[in-house]
Design a protein around this ligand. Sequence first.
Ligand SMILES: [Zn+2]
Length: 260
Amino acid sequence: MKIGDIEILPANDGEGKLPSGYMPSLDWDKHAALLDSEGNFPIALGCFVIKTAGQNILVDAGLGPVTFPPFRGGDLPSNLAAAGVTPDEIDMVLITHLHVDHIGWLVQEEKPFFPKATIRFGEKDLDQFIRAENPDVFAKPVIDVLDPTGRIETVAGDDSVAPGVNVLQTPGHTLGHISVVVSSGEERAFLLGDAVGCPAQLENAEWAAMSDIDQALSSRTREALYKEMEQDGSVAVASHFPDLEFGRVLRANGKRYFSV
Ligand SMILES: [Zn+2]
């Protein structure tokens, strides 16, 4: 995908599937095409490479080279190579949130896997995952390795992080969840992380995921995102949309839908 001079390349780390009950209020009868024969919906473990002004920015770091059935990661390095970058050419990693399927490659064998990269994520995810009474068992060891390197820089607001690349606070799935907005001229692309988990959620912003830590907040965040995206025909994709294809928010019969 080209947004002006900026290139965005999907780099999938693997695959998984979720039971339809993961989105309990979603009207699956109308969206049965998204389900497999067993009633689960297949997902990608999507990461993205943004190439802007001589910088390589990775958005999310997948599950890593592990299998937690039905989730399997491990493909990110080969897909980075396909995108023309090596791990030591990544200048910045933007982590949409600190869930296990987004931080998997940050640390391998107790060392940073992207040795030159600054790691950036929403400040409030530290409260949820690290400073909590019971720190997250996956995120804590990763942060413990990265913190002493001095390369973690959290983002507390809606900040510009590179030419044409902005971070937008989109809380609800986690407290510090961020989305990434790439813009050049009149064009914009949204990388939504897990603010939206499934394309069917475009129909109703109140359809939340079981894993949204604050479902009312995630619903408000989705509504605000949809309004923003449909305004000017921005393209968007989320981490777990099955084919990691960019689409637009369109309307028919008064309802929004996602059109690739
Ligand atoms: Zn996720």
